[in-house]
Design a protein around this ligand. Structure first.
Ligand SMILES: [Zn+2]
Length: 256
């Protein structure tokens, strides 16, 4: 290990190891804030920025690394990588930009139970008119495209093997579902994680992740169990619980 680590496990520390093993290390040492869960405009209806714009902003802010974690695909990977390379040019340095290391990630939506898995496999009809409560739709309660149904999980590639695992996962998901609606079966995801152990870093996901879902339901024990179960598929310290600002929820839940 090139440098010592404290006992507190954080995304930033995992990031430090990602950089050591695969990504070129920026001019700044790990320890500064790095965004590890960002969506480009390849996450339809969930991201508005081109990959180049995200890297450009990180370079302006002096963020040493940036992970792009689009939904169910690695569509931004090549453009992200090329944009990050541009931040390491003499021209970028002369312009006062910081070098940025790109991290390729993926956000999956994993059906929480057998019923959800069946519904997800059935898919959602394209060009659905989406009118009224009886409109034909694949998932109950969904009238329009929103967060993908299922427990969200974010995976970051630590190296080439991790990237290949993400690629295979994305392909399998799309092959398992209807067009545009991939299906990520939990058992298959877990098997892929175990096989690629040490090559991926996991994050608990947005508020649609299993851990926040249980927390939002007021079941802290189930949330802890869920975090433990996912963490078991990664080397110690390579699974992190995401923190997000949920002020509205805190204000209304009474759980503060
Ligand atoms: Zn999400």
């Amino acid at each position: 290990m090139a440098h010592r680590r404290g006992h507190v496990k954080s995304s930033t520390q995992s990031l430090g190891r990602i950089e050591q093993t695969f990504y070129s290390v920026g001019s700044k040492m790990p320890g500064e804030y790095c965004e590890l869960h960002a969506h480009s405009n390849f996450s339809f209806l969930d991201g508005a920025s081109h990959p180049e714009e995200l890297i450009g902003r990180a370079a302006v802010l002096g963020m040493p690394s940036l992970a792009v974690t689009d939904h169910a695909g690695l569509y931004a990977a090549v453009r992200l990588w090329k944009a990050a390379a541009q931040t390491r040019t003499t021209a970028a340095r002369d312009a006062g930009l910081s070098p940025v290391s790109a991290i390729v990630g993926l956000e999956l939506a994993i059906p929480a139970d057998e019923r959800s898995l069946r519904l997800a496999r059935r898919g959602r009809k394209l060009n659905d008119p989406l009118r009224g409560g009886k409109a034909s739709r694949g998932w109950p309660g969904e009238f329009h495209a929103g967060p993908m149904p299922g427990d969200h999980l974010v995976l970051l590639a630590r190296n080439g093997t991790g990237y290949a695992t993400l690629s295979r996962l994305a392909s399998r998901g799309h092959l398992a579902g209807e067009k545009q609606f991939p299906v990520f079966e939990r058992a298959l995801v877990e098997a892929a994680l175990d096989e690629a152990r040490g090559h991926l870093v996991g994050l608990s996901g947005c508020r649609s992740g299993e851990v926040p879902r249980q927390l939002l339901a007021g079941d802290a024990e189930a949330a802890l169990a869920a975090a433990g179960a996912w963490a078991g598929h990664f080397p110690d310290g390579d699974f992190a619980v995401e923190l997000s600002q949920l002020r509205h929820w805190l204000n209304t839940s009474g759980l503060e």
